[in-house]
Design a protein around this ligand. Structure first.
Ligand SMILES: *Cc1c(COP(=O)(O)O)cnc(C)c1O
Length: 363
């Protein structure tokens, strides 16, 4: 077997090794049942216990207030781009939904919603190639809007909201796909937080939706059953056959996170990991960070070298020494190091040392 590499891919992304080893150990015989966890009914008590334990662990790790529900839904993050207006636009008489365009996924979220509601994009950083979170004044927030949608961490450009907007009575909805559980969040500031699983939480194709109870019950009549959060909540995420494997993996990832000391401990480590890479970027006039310093993400570190030829040479040499999947997204180019919760400091240190050495040779 080839040695494991350090995987900097943006998603599907690396998972903690102890989690994958546990899956392997339990694969043929889950809990002494003589079958795999993915070979039993989604309504079997053993699986329902897994789902409920995942919910309880999430609550414990995040300090989620009691008036929030935790849903596991199909279709990853982008399916929620449609589900959000279907479930919540009806709260506004004009079906007005506010969006902030801070990157590619933010733009896609607004585009998808525009088929179903009256989208107003109230701020955008497109003009500066999404190098920042756009400024947003509270007067821009129409109090009759159904919600305000933001993207907490912009995976492609490597920016994030450091201070979340004050929205008054308008529920704040955040796509936190690439950062959920990477930092402490005061959930009481949000109406809805959602995330595709494949970055910090588990396998692809599903999402977690955290929704404040009072926002349920407003879905449009034509909402497909499987996109209806109220129905999903009633059925405890088991309306139809869910992706039992994905939920089992999330549970293991949450257990792993608890063993690491929880969100505060992992956040401190994430800060340290990101700081090490930004330190190399800022140390010389060789690497150029894509995000403005005050908007930098601690999950995705995006940067360019002095030329596209050097970008290519960098990626090739990096891969040869076991630094995998560092190529930037096609929209941004350059290099992107995704350093989600499971990435150990040793992987970041190896990348940082390689960056320093590459700059010395080519600067
Ligand atoms: C990766 C990503 C998505 C897309 O997720 P899918 O599960 O592929 O739909 C959406 N939003 C953000 C912020 C992402 O990072």
């Amino acid at each position: 077997m080839k040695d494991r590499v350090y995987n900097f891919g943006a998603g599907p992304a690396m998972l903690p090794i102890p989690v994958m080893e546990k899956i392997q150990r339990e694969w043929l015989d889950y809990n002494g049942m003589g079958v795999s966890i993915i070979e039993i009914s989604h309504r079997a008590k053993e699986f329902v216990a897994v789902l409920e334990e995942a919910q309880a662990l999430f609550r414990e790790l995040t300090g989620l207030p009691d008036n929030y529900r935790i849903l596991f839904v199909h279709g990853g993050a982008r399916m929620q781009f449609s589900a959000l207006p279907l479930n919540f636009a009806g709260r506004s008489p004009e079906r007005t939904c506010l969006y902030v365009e801070s990157g590619n996924f933010a733009k896609l979220a607004a585009k998808e919603a525009a088929n179903l509601c009256n989208v107003v994009t109230i701020a955008s950083s497109a003009a500066t190639d999404y190098d920042r979170i756009p400024e947003l004044a509270s007067e821009q927030i129409d109090p009759s809007a159904a919600y305000l949608h933001i993207t907490g961490n912009n995976t492609i450009y490597g920016t994030r909201w450091n201070v979340f907007p004050e929205t008054g009575g308008v529920p704040l909805i955040a796509d936190m796909t690439s950062e959920l559980l990477s930092r402490k969040i005061d959930f009481s500031r949000f109406g809805v937080v959602y995330a595709g699983l494949q970055k910090n939480l588990g396998p692809s194709g599903m999402a977690m939706v955290i929704v404040r109870e009072d926002l349920l019950g407003h879905a449009d009549l034509q909402t497909p059953t499987l996109l209806n959060y109220t129905q999903c909540d009633k059925d405890n995420s088991l309306t139809n056959t869910t992706n039992t494997f994905a939920i089992y993996v999330i549970k293991l990832v949450l257990e792993w996170l608890k063993e690491q000391g929880g969100v505060e401990v992992i956040e401190a480590l994430n800060e340290e990991k990101a700081a090490r890479l930004y330190q190399v970027i800022d140390a010389a006039d060789f690497y150029r960070g894509i995000a403005l310093p005050e908007h930098r993400s601690i999950m995705n570190v995006s940067f360019r070298l002095p030329s596209e030829e050097l970008d290519k040479a960098f990626l090739k040499e990096a891969e040869a020494i076991g630094l995998y999947a560092l190529k930037g997204h096609r929209n941004a180019g350059g290099v992107r190091a995704s350093i989600y919760n499971p990435m150990p400091m040793a992987g970041v240190e190896k990348l940082a040392t390689f960056m320093e050495e590459f700059a010395r040779r080519n600067g």
